[in-house]
Every structure is written in structure tokens, then in C-alpha cells.
Design a protein around this ligand. Structure first.
Ligand SMILES: [Zn+2]
Length: 463
């Protein structure tokens, strides 16, 4: 008991001293990273995977890393991509004017057609009118269907297009993917503003005619893209992987989603530069996340037998109030210890252990690797704009980057020096439970992500 107390005390002091070091070193690195992100956002705009803006912004990041003596490595891969064109949706009845729309990812191109709009409520069968053949469908934001299901249901009934009413009001227009596995949709699907959608719902409820003319220039195409990796060798080969997706949607600047993670990772690169580490730390900026986790799928698939202790995912992590073991109990004790070592800076909600689907940790989890993320809410006034035109750098204060990176960096430095956790891969039966226990398998099945492994090889390929 006494011995346990003593060793706990030693660990506690290691944690405390690292914490102080982290706070000082990270502060200026995070300020510089926010400045770099501002430049990436304003000079290159949104970083849609496969676009020239994405490539140029990544080159600028690479140059900035080489300037401090680091050697980032490119991990090139091919994935199904999508390009936004000059799409036109015109209201023609009751009067003529263009509608503000955003095609969702993997909307196929199509030549001009005109069709009537019909309300299908939340898309459940009871709301589907008798015949929707040849019509454009208006789907409410309360729908729980994934886009692939909407596309299939609409196409199989002969519908020509779907308009999705946005979940956020205030004229926002949200981008999102129509497929997590890079399949072209059968028919064009668009986001429209909540206000416009509600107006059409009111008119259709009164049996007024609403007619649209649609022409789509957006298109699906294979893209060559890459992840950027930086490896900081430790005395041990066992590895901590820290990832953040570099890509974003094209409408805004991707400042919150996920410029924030890009900045945090860049700040970590500065802090780790020249440090003596016990474990090897790998930083990865992923591409392809918004269109089906392409980069992390490729990286996880090519990780081989490397001994990995954990993967830490930074996707829109604001200032952390909790750290999340993402469903793996074997991480909880370590994280509790880390958090209590922070003394007065302890995260208020401590350690959580809840898995969720849909960001770059998922492919690593599927490969049996433990994953960690943070519960770090971004203020509502900013976060409401993610995927919108207004996801711009003015929504992301320098202090969020500094304060979040201080906490994240503290954990990464501790993981790098820790000797409590051992490298671990979950066996497949246990791995499946990680998803089923949290009921994630339904959605994963619906979007074509379950079973997963065979699919990865099919669509995300080596150059
Ligand atoms: Zn994201």
C-alpha cells in the first residue's frame, strides 16, 4: 500500500513538471500555429480533398515545418473524389428566381430538367406521397435517414432530385457528404436554407404549385491526395499517433472544421521538435475525412504490425472539459491518473468513455487500435457555422487554440513519456463490441461502413 502510494506520488510529480513545461512551450507554438492557420484559410480558402486549394495549403504547411528543420513525409493515395461545379437551381413557379443551394458531396452531374416540388416530411414511408416519379422531393431537417438511404428511396420511386432543409437557420447553407464510401449518388441532392425550406413546406401544405429548374455541373471523379506525417522517434519504437484532418468543405475556410485541429497539430510539431522522447510520436494531417475518412482509412490500413499505444484524434476539439477513452476501458485508469496529476487544472468532467462514429479515430479503432479524443465544446456562436460559408477564421479565436493546445499537449507529452500503458491491439470479437455496445453498427451499416475491412481495399488505393 505504502509502495503504491510512493510510486503514485512519483508519477504525480512527473505529471506536474511536464504540465508546467507544456504550458510554457505550447503557448507561443499555439499562437504561431493560429497565425499560420489564418494564412492558410485566407490565402487558400476551403481545403476540399483533391482540390488545388487543398494541395497548395498543404504545401504551405510542409514548407513551414521544413523551416524549423522537420521532415514531413507524404503518404499519397487515391480515393473517389468530388468537385463542385456551377450548379443552378431556379424557382420557376410561382415566379422566377435563382435559389441558393449547395450540392452535397457525390452529387452527380446532370443536364437541365424542370420538375414540381413535393413535400415528403421527414422521409419516413408514411410521408411519401403516392407517386413521386418525376418530382423533386423536399425533405425536412428532422429526418433520421442517412443520405444513402434518402438517395436510394427517392431514386427507386423515380424522383429526380432531393432538397434537404438545413438544420441551422439564419440563411445558412451546409455542405456535407452524400456518401461515406465514395459512391456517386443516383440523383442530385442539395442543401437549401431552413427559411426557404419552411416557406416551401407552407406553400405545399396549401396545395400551391412550386416548380424548379435544375442543372448540375458538379461531378464525381477519382482524386489523388495525401496525408502528411511527421515522426518524432523516441527511445522505444512503440508509438503514439496524433491525427487531425486537414481537409475541409469548400464553402467556407474550414477554420473550425478542422483548421482548429490543423493548428493544434502544428503547434505540437513545434513543441516536440528537439525533445527527447521515450516513445515515438507520429503526427498525421489526414485528407479525405469529410468524404468518408479516406486518409485515416488509408493510414490505418497501412499501419502493419507497428506497436501502437493509442491514437489521439483532434477533430474540432475546443478547450477540453473531459478526455474520452472512446469506449476502451483499458485506457481509463491511465487517463484518470493523468487528469488527477493536473491538480487545480483538472478537467472538470474528468474521464469519459463513450464511443462515437464518424471521424478519423474510427478506422484506427477498426484496426484494433485504442483511440482517445477530448470533449472540448466550441462556443455555440462559432460552432453553428461548421460546414457553412461562415466557417471562417474570424470564428476561431487565438485563445481557443492556445488554451486547447495547452491541455492536449500536456496529454501528448505524458503519453510520450509514460510507462504505464503498453501497446495493444484489440482482438476482433472485442473490437466489434466497441461499436455494438454503443449502437453504432446501425448507422455504420446504413452508410456501407460495416463490415469495413474489405471495403477499404476496394476504394482507397495506393497511388
Ligand atoms: Zn471534421
Amino acid at each position: 500500500m505504502k509502495k503504491l502510494y510512493k510510486s503514485t506520488l512519483v508519477i504525480y510529480f512527473i505529471f506536474c513538471s511536464l504540465h508546467l513545461f507544456a504550458t510554457e512551450a505550447i503557448d507561443s507554438a499555439a499562437r504561431n500555429a493560429h497565425a499560420l492557420l489564418t494564412q492558410l484559410c485566407d490565402e487558400y480558402g476551403g481545403r476540399l480533398t483533391g482540390s488545388s486549394q487543398n494541395e497548395k495549403a498543404m504545401t504551405a504547411l510542409e514548407v513551414s515545418l521544413r523551416e524549423i528543420g522537420l521532415e514531413p513525409k507524404e503518404q499519397v493515395f487515391l480515393m473517389p473524389g468530388w468537385e463542385r461545379g456551377d450548379d443552378q437551381v431556379w424557382l420557376t413557379v410561382p415566379y422566377s428566381r435563382p435559389l441558393r443551394v449547395a450540392a452535397i458531396g457525390y452529387t452527380p452531374s446532370c443536364s437541365q430538367f424542370e420538375a414540381n416540388l413535393v413535400d415528403i416530411g421527414d422521409g419516413s414511408i408514411k410521408h411519401f406521397p403516392e407517386s413521386v416519379a418525376g418530382k423533386v422531393l423536399l425533405l425536412d431537417s428532422s429526418s433520421t435517414l442517412v443520405t444513402r438511404e434518402i438517395d436510394k428511396a427517392a431514386f427507386s420511386r423515380g424522383a429526380k432530385s432531393v432538397l434537404l432543409v438545413d438544420r441551422e437557420g439564419g440563411g445558412q447553407l451546409l455542405a456535407r457528404t452524400g456518401s461515406f464510401i465514395g459512391e456517386s449518388l443516383h440523383i442530385p441532392i442539395f442543401s437549401i436554407t431552413q427559411e426557404e425550406g419552411r416557406r416551401f413546406q407552407r406553400m405545399l401544405a396549401l396545395h400551391k404549385e412550386v416548380k424548379l429548374r435544375i442543372e448540375v455541373k458538379s461531378r464525381c471523379l477519382p482524386v489523388k491526395t495525401k496525408n502528411l506525417r511527421l515522426i518524432f522517434p523516441g527511445t522505444l519504437p512503440e508509438r503514439i499517433i496524433v491525427g487531425a484532418h486537414f481537409d475541409s468543405w469548400d464553402l467556407g475556410e474550414g477554420a473550425l472544421d478542422n483548421g482548429l485541429g490543423v493548428a493544434q497539430l502544428t503547434a505540437l510539431a513545434h513543441v516536440l521538435n528537439g525533445l527527447k522522447l521515450r516513445r515515438t510520436v507520429e503526427l498525421v494531417w489526414f485528407n479525405g475525412e469529410e468524404q468518408g475518412l479516406g486518409g485515416s482509412r488509408y493510414a490505418a490500413e497501412h499501419i502493419g504490425d507497428a506497436p501502437v499505444v493509442a491514437m489521439v484524434n483532434l477533430d474540432m476539439v475546443g478547450v477540453p472539459i473531459a478526455v474520452n477513452a472512446l469506449g476502451d476501458k483499458s485506457l481509463v485508469n491511465y487517463l484518470e491518473l493523468w487528469n488527477s496529476g493536473r491538480g487545480v487544472h483538472k478537467l472538470p468532467l474528468g474521464v469519459q468513455n463513450i464511443n462515437w462514429f464518424g471521424s478519423d479515430h474510427t478506422p484506427f479503432q477498426i484496426a484494433g487500435i485504442r483511440a482517445i479524443t477530448f470533449n472540448g465544446p466550441i462556443p455555440r456562436d462559432s460552432v453553428r457555422y461548421y460546414h457553412d460559408y461562415a466557417d471562417t477564421i474570424d470564428k476561431l479565436s487565438e485563445s481557443i487554440v492556445v488554451d486547447s493546445t495547452t491541455i492536449i499537449g500536456d496529454l501528448i507529452l505524458n503519453l510520450a513519456q509514460d510507462n504505464v500503458l503498453k501497446p495493444y491491439r484489440r482482438p476482433s470479437a472485442e473490437n466489434e463490441q466497441l461499436f455494438t455496445v454503443f449502437g453504432l453498427d446501425r448507422r455504420m451499416k446504413a452508410i456501407g461502413y460495416w463490415p469495413f475491412v474489405n471495403d477499404v481495399k476496394r476504394i482507397i488505393k495506393k497511388e
